[in-house]
Ligand binder design. Sequence first.
Ligand SMILES: Cc1ncc(COP(=O)(O)O)c(C=O)c1O
Length: 305
Amino acid sequence: MTQYAYFRGRVVPIDEANISVRTQAIHYGTSCFGALRGYWNEDQEQLYVFRPHDHYRRFLDSAKLLMMTLPFHPDDLVEVTRILLQKEGWREDVYIRPLAYKSGEVIPCQLHDVEDEFALFSLPYGSYLNKDKGARLMISSWCRLGDNTIPPRGKIGGAYASSALAKSDALLKGFDEALLLDGEGHVAEGSAENVFILRQGIAVTPSVSSSILEGITRRTVIELLTRALGIPVQERAVDRTEIYLADEAFLCGTGAQIVPVTSVDSYDIGSGTAGAITMKLRDLYSDVVRGAVTEYTSWCLPIYA
Ligand SMILES: Cc1ncc(COP(=O)(O)O)c(C=O)c1O
């Protein structure tokens, strides 16, 4: 199946979407990206993109932090996504990657007076962590970047060198994922996921000023926990030992979806197996993203007519 990209204002075969080695973004990490998913609903023969407007609003915020002047409104980016996916005609789950980067071929490390470009591509995609039964986490010795270093609120390319340091360190030590603390020692997030704990019937997640990405899945989970499952959610600073003592914990993100956490460092979470509320939430989430829950179909954009 031919794959395409939206590149320099046109849909082109993916092999034609190439950039120069002199591109500033490759050298200095001056890019930002998004990560969306398209879910194939076999019964309806439909591909649903989950919360595309919310993803593109955040994408354009990231671009703004990098002083990019992209000539797009979220609606334009949703339309480009629809055009690309219709051309590709996927009948399976896909990952969608919008990318904006400083395309100027220049040496100075600065944001202003450097041209920007936008590109978009998609590819078939399954699970990111592949840990359905639960992930074993370690608290990383790498700290999450702060708002005054590379703001985690933006999905900025250069910041992912930090995620990669933490992730490789965790994997090479035999864990499944890293959990990073913020500069003040509070829990921030995973290398590419937000985190929630459940303790005594209350869900708790680090607040948006705890050096986290303002995750779309995090926002979805807050809604599903409070409205659909009747579980109160607190957004606040979270201590590391609160995770050790949690009854349940899970990671969430577009790539990871909902992944139960079964241990952190040497501590089992709850009984050391996936928690009951986490599993209920995971099942609900998986129905919601495929457009199978009437109340939430407005989050799912159908791609095919
Ligand atoms: C660092 C980080 N945190 C959290 C998330 C989850 O964000 P979302 O739910 O919008 O995918 C991601 C996703 O890519 C991420 O990279």
